[in-house]
Design a protein around this ligand. Structure first.
Ligand SMILES: Cc1cc2nc3c(=O)[nH]c(=O)nc-3n(C[C@H](O)[C@H](O)[C@H](O)COP(=O)(O)OP(=O)(O)OC[C@H]3O[C@@H](n4cnc5c(N)ncnc54)[C@H](O)[C@@H]3O)c2cc1C
Length: 431
């Protein structure tokens, strides 16, 4: 079979599906074909904790503004769909038992506030702090609340009595990314997008321009525009065009755990202990799954940050569930009740596909007609909308937002930029 398309998107994770939605539905591009060897959203995009936050500490305001734009679009879709993907606004809560932890929270919050997160409010007595609702996202405060000493424990009694402060970032929470993706797929197909279940095995060029996408089944699609959205397979896809992409990978796991003892309140925010525990760096996270009912939790602790070559299926450290439980017991001591029991939860996860500045790659590639949306790291759900909107602007040659240069692959052609990004580091903004 040989077919013709105006544009072929390779990969139907959140990046490819959001790209299809922004191109076909919002920009009315016709003749879009979306190709994936798997069912949409079944490789990485359904494996995460699906959180979002307008919290990005540096090195400047670029990522904070980029994520904030994405949250604007997520809220728009939530309004349009009567919130079918259950975007909530419970916030991210960063807690510490260390004096210098309090100072770190305060100074980072001031910095992120100066980038546009919203105001920082400090509370050392009851009264002004407004807790977040378990469901819904409208009419909530922005910025962050720094709860000091007893005020942190009064608002969040699950925390250890040693807690000195908890910072509640308010334009944050989580969603059901699979429901969001399914809605974008449906809208895209209604706007004329065709989904082809096949692998992309080669991309032909003619006169330096994309001319054809070849599929593993032997079929091919004639096209002069292709978008690479293949997540952790992007380095391989880039090589189909003779391009080495500036990407690497980290493997990250999460635990799905039945809180049968009902220790973590079902209305909790995404709660993160920023202190080291037993030699492991700070950052163990916990959140309830879904809304106020049920008893399942997600745990995640992203201490495995060494670059790794993706292999499938990924294998995870057999002790990961226990390590997370021990970390959580430092933050919420009642969780230690599980250490005497056999349950360690179900572990899965996937690869963060990253750049050295931990910013996505969105824009044209050096082969004419080829584009990329990827390198979405641990934030691809929350940035999916602004990344796809930006990709669509590049493809349709519309006006680009002022942050577009921060995401184009050519930024790595500038040695000064490379040096500056290496100084900030690939863990910038990673929790
Ligand atoms: C443990 C964990 C926790 C996370 N938590 C969060 C979070 O709280 N918030 C957040 O915003 N993000 C989070 N993320 C990150 C987020 O999940 C990713 O950034 C995002 O899913 C990446 O989407 P993608 O579309 O680029 O890649 P993928 O979802 O991997 O999709 C790529 C697609 O390309 C297809 N493909 C690859 N090669 C080919 C080929 N040759 N032919 C056809 N198809 C191909 C694959 O089959 C796949 O469907 C987390 C990730 C992990 C692993």
């Amino acid at each position: 079979m040989s077919a013709r398309a105006e544009l072929v998107i390779c990969g139907a994770g959140i990046a490819g599906v959001a790209a299809a939605y922004h191109l076909a539905v919002r920009q009315r591009v016709r003749g879009v074909v979306l190709v994936d060897e798997r069912e949409p959203l079944t490789l990485t995009s359904d494996k995460g904790t699906q959180g979002y936050r307008n919290w990005w500490p540096g090195p400047d305001d670029t990522m904070l503004r980029f994520v904030s734009r994405s949250i604007d679009l997520l809220e728009e879709i939530a309004d349009e769909t009567t919130n079918l993907f259950r975007l909530n606004r419970r916030g991210y809560l960063f807690a510490t038992a260390e004096e210098d932890g309090v100072e770190r929270l305060r100074s980072t919050a001031r910095q992120v506030s100066s980038y546009g997160m919203g105001p920082l409010r400090e509370h050392s007595a009851p009264g002004a702090y407004e807790p977040a609702p378990a469901e819904g996202f409208r009419d909530q405060p922005v910025g962050a609340d720094l709860l000091l000493d007893d005020e942190a424990l009064r608002a969040f009694p699950l925390l250890s009595r040693t807690t000195k402060a908890a910072l509640h970032v308010r334009r944050a929470g989580w969603m059901n990314a699979v429901a969001l993706g399914a809605w974008m797929m449906k809208q895209s197909m209604a706007a004329g997008v065709t989904f082809v279940r096949d692998g992309v095995s080669a991309i032909d060029t003619q006169g330096g321009r994309v001319s054809r996408v070849r599929l593993s089944s032997g079929a091919s699609i004639d096209t002069d525009r292709v978008v690479l959205a293949t997540g952790p397979m992007l380095p391989h896809s880039g090589r189909l065009l003779g391009i080495e992409l500036p990407l690497f990978h980290e493997l990250h796991a999460k635990v799905t755990f039945a809180d049968t003892l009902g220790i973590i309140p079902r209305s909790s925010p995404f709660t993160i202990w920023i202190d080291e525990v037993d030699g492991f760096p700070g950052g163990v996270h916990v959140r309830p799954i879904d809304g106020p009912r049920g008893n399942e939790l997600f745990f995640i602790w992203t201490f495995h940050t060494e670059p790794i070559q993706p292999v499938w299926p990924p294998t995870f450290d057999a002790r990961y569930g226990e390590v997370c439980l021990r970390g959580l017991a430092a933050m919420a001591p009642r969780m230690s009740a599980y250490l005497d029991r056999p349950e360690r939860g179900y572990v899965d996860g996937g690869y963060y596909c990253k750049t050295t500045d931990n910013r996505p790659l969105v824009g044209p590639l050096p082969v004419e007609g080829a584009f990329i949306i990827g390198g979405l790291s641990g934030t691809g759900i929350m940035t999916s909308q602004s990344a796809a909107e930006l990709l669509a602007a590049h493809v349709t040659q519309a006006a680009l937002p002022d942050w577009s240069n921060a995401f184009v692959p050519t930024r790595y052609d500038d040695p000064a930029y490379v040096e500056q990004s290496l100084r900030a580091g690939a863990l910038t903004g990673q929790l």
